[in-house]
Design a protein around this ligand. Sequence first.
Ligand code: APR
Length: 230
Amino acid sequence: MKNIVVLTGAGISAESGLGTFRDSDGLWEKYRIEDVCTHEAWERNPQLCVDFYNARRRDVLAAQPNAAHLALAKLQQAVPSTTIITQNIDDLHERAGSTGVVHLHGEITKLRSSIDELATVDLDGWEQHYGDRHPDGSLLRPYIVFFNEGVPYFSHACAIASKADILVIVGTSLNVYPAASLIEYAPENCPVYLVDPGTPNLGRWRNRITHIQSKATEGVPPLVEQLIAD
Ligand code: APR
């Protein structure tokens, strides 16, 4: 059975109403990364970080999976050796029915210890109250990989990508490392499909991929039907 590896970014959740980061109306046009998404920001003003991710969490809980999320869940059911690796912190893949999703940049529905990056707790509802503590005694913080922090599941994701028979990339500008380098871990002759209305940073792969230049809800469902039929 073919190993299909899917890498998703904010673009797959755009049609569910969740903002991307670097499009013209993106989140980083409205907020400064250094204020809400770095370890220094957490140390300097944790309440602002908590408020920022509470607002993101409220948006995620109000959003619904779209046809692209649902199509990828259908792909996993038809081809169980399909793995979804996402840069997204939302849970729309899971709510669409996908399982075993590898979240490279954390999960908005969880909080984590301040001293152990993998010691997470589930959060009911949208609101974290700054000051609550993890069972290990440390302050709870959003389970988000901040810029300049390590990506705990990256080596796991590389191992998955290295065994890909087919790589599908949906809705990422491929601007943020190490996630953007995952394409380099796929086998040289691995077919790569990209679904994105824009033009991500593909480097040497530019002429070696099949670019379906459309929105996720338009491009992913027919691609999934093709992959299931092949
Ligand atoms: N369907 C598919 N792709 C879309 C859609 C859509 N409807 N709308 C926008 N896109 C594409 C854009 O063309 C762009 O290539 O989604 C991509 C969004 O890029 P970014 O905003 O940079 O998001 P992403 O690549 O996921 O960012 C990576 O950066 O800030 C960090 O941790 C954050 O995980 C995030 C990482």
